[in-house]
Design a binder for this molecule. Structure first.
Ligand SMILES: N[C@@H](CCC(=O)N[C@@H](CS)C(=O)NCC(=O)O)C(=O)O
Length: 212
């Protein structure tokens, strides 16, 4: 498999985690987002959105991190990243989507580039924007973490799930933007626990071949 990625991309980080947890070998093809490599015509043939990640597997080209993770879950069910019951699966997906659809897109580089460029916002207000939206999303995720997990190990239940694959990269971004994490003790504890697991250590941005 080939994963089109950027070391700091949180969407690519989610997919790296799924590949690693499921023990699947892959080659990283790096696209430097700040240099705009994701917008090159040859990459857009694979991913018309010009975003990472893209996964190439056996002649298939897949985009959108959560769709890729669901594909890996269906093709390589062990170990599972979703709970066995329908209700649990819906909860885990809702946590993952809460991060992937309602937090992450508002801090994507093209969105921040639009704030800085056409809307002429300085770095300070742009960083405030990022912290505002992560904070808002984390408030509800903190509550869900306490409702559906023990608030110290995993977001849901007793095992790693797709929700945790979205949490760890989002925590990395929150720290990059110096968000005050004190209001989210369950998320901090869960993230600290996840980082003790081998798959989370090997997939962290600093450990990637294209890390700066
Ligand atoms: N919803 C997409 C989001 C993908 C995405 O936004 N990727 C970012 C990196 S995390 C990107 O490629 N940004 C490049 C840009 O904004 O030009 C997914 O989950 O795969």
């Amino acid at each position: 498999m080939k994963l089109h990625s950027f070391f700091r991309s949180s969407a690519a980080y989610r997919v790296r985690l799924a590949l690693e947890i499921k023990g699947l070998a892959y080659e990283t093809v790096a696209h430097h987002l700040r240099k705009g490599e994701q917008r090159k015509p040859e990459y857009r043939v694979l991913n018309p959105q010009g975003l990472v990640p893209t996964l190439e597997d056996a002649g298939h080209v897949l985009t959108q991190s959560l769709a890729i993770i669901e594909y890996l879950e269906e093709t390589h069910p062990d170990p599972p990243l979703l709970p066995p019951d329908f209700h649990g699966r819906a909860i885990v997906r809702s946590m993952a989507l809460g991060v992937a659809c309602d937090i992450h897109p508002l801090q994507n580089s093209r969105v921040l580039g639009y704030l800085r460029g056409p809307l002429a916002q300085a770095d300070g207000p742009v960083a405030d924007w990022v912290r505002h939206w992560i904070g808002l999303g984390f408030r509800s995720l903190e509550e869900l973490a306490r409702r559906y997990g023990d608030g110290t190990h995993y977001l849901y239940g007793d095992d790693v799930s797709m929700a945790d694959l979205c949490l760890a990269p989002q925590m990395y971004n929150a720290r990059r933007y110096h968000l005050d994490l004190k209001p989210y003790p369950a998320l901090v504890a869960i993230d600290a626990h996840l980082m003790t697991l081998p798959a989370f250590a090997t997939t962290r941005p600093e450990a990637q071949p294209d890390a700066e």
